[in-house]
Design a protein around this ligand. Structure first.
Ligand code: SF4
Length: 452
């Protein structure tokens, strides 16, 4: 059995930068943590992809020593550590560096989670990514680009990147040619093909074109004529349709043997769970993956069996049919000062105690999003059915589904779908009252564990 299941691309949240209620347009990092309701939050993407288990354990230990021990994996496969102060954030960065965990800095250039070891990828995307990042970082262009400008370098394979938002999307056509896809002003889309050198050069020119429009500019602000001019030396081609995102749970082949994918429930685990995982499998290199994934590699059959039990004990999700995958949450109380409800414990109760209601109202591939206030951080951005429900005196939970129920299941009448949603509304009302701020339990994995 291989792993992964697909979610609709239009069910993806905007990006991880919203989750937690911070200023839109700014992204926290290890060097520049962001204020949230529970202190500073630092985000890091390992620069070199692989971490050893010793490094993962050191990072988890540092998260407990300097923060509140809660560790999140974002939709883009970055790690978030919370509950920091200005001083402890600096100490965290020093501890991470001392253990050899180097955080990516500068322009965000994302490659596939299994880059370089995926037997299904068309080429290794890392040299092209390094070429682009190396040319930008430290150059005069770098400070002119907005903090959310990003590039994906997608080799295809099992963890394609087309569901990730990016200003410039590069997709391997074969071992030596790439396509560059751009979503421009007024919704115009363009795609061009070229060899690695030509594509790298055009990508850098496109980044310069974005920067020329100001510090808040994105690719969507660039006029089609400008893009056509920049890409005049490339071959125009049809844009490649986006593929649905892969949920990184299950078994994924690599050239070194299978990788086992897990996700923490509702995107969050803690220092204790990660250290126990690292202690149980000290030889397994790990990578983070989009859709909040943790990929363990180099495990033999016996270790894979052991991992299933340990993952269950630690509350990780390892199966695509786990109902917790149908719920997304914002940070919620007590992590966000604006939150009226503790979103993660509420979601955990819903998945554990109201399985039939959740299963009936939210189909596989759909997402119910629970927000602690009306801002709806991290909610799916398009093709949603807004089901905002006030769930308590001063409590608002934003609930979304990715598609109308009648669309996803033609056998389901609108009347039946409506009945399912009414029942879900009643359940949310009860859970919302239970998890209002003040009554909110600590949203650590102990409170989130439940299994299908
Ligand atoms: S409580 Fe509101 S502001 Fe805070 S993370 Fe949730 S949606 Fe965003």
């Amino acid at each position: 059995m291989t792993g992964g299941s697909r979610l609709p691309t239009d069910a993806r949240p905007d990006d991880g930068c919203q989750n937690g209620g911070w200023r839109r347009g700014a992204c926290p990092s290890l060097a520049t943590p962001m204020q949230t309701g529970d202190g500073l939050l630092a985000r890091l993407t390992p620069r070199d992809g692989d971490l050893s288990m010793a490094q993962l354990a050191a990072l988890a230990e540092a998260a407990a020593r300097h923060g509140n021990g809660l560790i999140e994996i974002t939709m883009r496969g970055a790690v978030q550590i919370r509950g920091l102060t200005t001083a402890s954030a600096e100490a965290l960065a020093m501890d991470a560096a001392a253990s050899g965990v180097m955080a990516r800095q500068g322009l965000a250039v994302d490659v596939n989670a299994l880059a370089g070891v995926d037997p299904l990828e068309r080429c290794d995307p890392r040299p092209l990514a390094a070429r682009i990042a190396g040319a930008v970082n430290g150059s005069a262009l770098a400070p002119l680009l907005g903090p959310k400008v990003s590039v994906t370098v997608d080799s295809g394979g099992q963890f394609g990147l087309s569901a990730l938002k990016a200003d410039i999307r590069l997709l391997a056509v074969d071992a030596s040619r790439w396509a560059m896809m751009l979503s421009l002003a007024t919704g115009t889309r363009r795609a061009f093909r070229g060899d690695e050198t030509a594509i790298a050069s055009a990508a850098l020119d496109m980044l310069a074109a974005i920067a020329a429009l100001g510090p808040d500019a994105r690719m969507r602000d660039v006029a089609a004529e400008i893009a056509d001019g920049v890409c005049a030396g490339l071959v125009p081609v049809d844009p490649v349709p986006a593929q649905p995102a892969i949920i990184p749970v299950g078994i994924f082949p690599t050239v070194h043997g299978p990788a086992i994918g897990l996700t923490p429930p509702f995107g969050a685990t803690d220092s204790v769970a990660l250290r126990q995982l690292a202690a149980a499998f000290p030889q397994a290199p790990v990578r983070f993956a989009p859709e909040r994934g943790l990929l363990l590699m180099g495990l033999d059959a016996a270790a894979q069996t052991r991992l299933r039990q340990i993952a269950d004990d630690l509350g990780f999700i390892r199966r695509a049919d786990d109902l917790r995958l149908r719920i997304s949450v914002c940070a919620g109380a007590p992590l966000c000062a604006s939150a009226a409800v503790a979103t993660r414990p509420l979601a955990a109760d819903l998945a554990r105690d109201h399985r039939a209601t959740l299963d009936a109202a939210v189909a596989p591939g759909q997402q119910l999003h629970v927000s602690g206030c009306g801002k709806r951080c991290g909610a799916p951005s398009r093709n949603v059915t807004p089901l905002d429900m006030p769930v308590g005196a001063a409590v608002v939970t934003g609930v979304f589904a990715s598609h109308p129920h009648a669309e996803r299941d033609r056998a389901l009448t609108l009347e039946t779908a409506s009945a399912h949603l009414s029942q879900l509304s009643r359940v949310l009302h009860i859970l919302g009252a239970r998890h209002t701020r003040g009554d909110a339990p600590d949203p650590t994995p102990d409170a989130l564990k439940n299994r299908p």
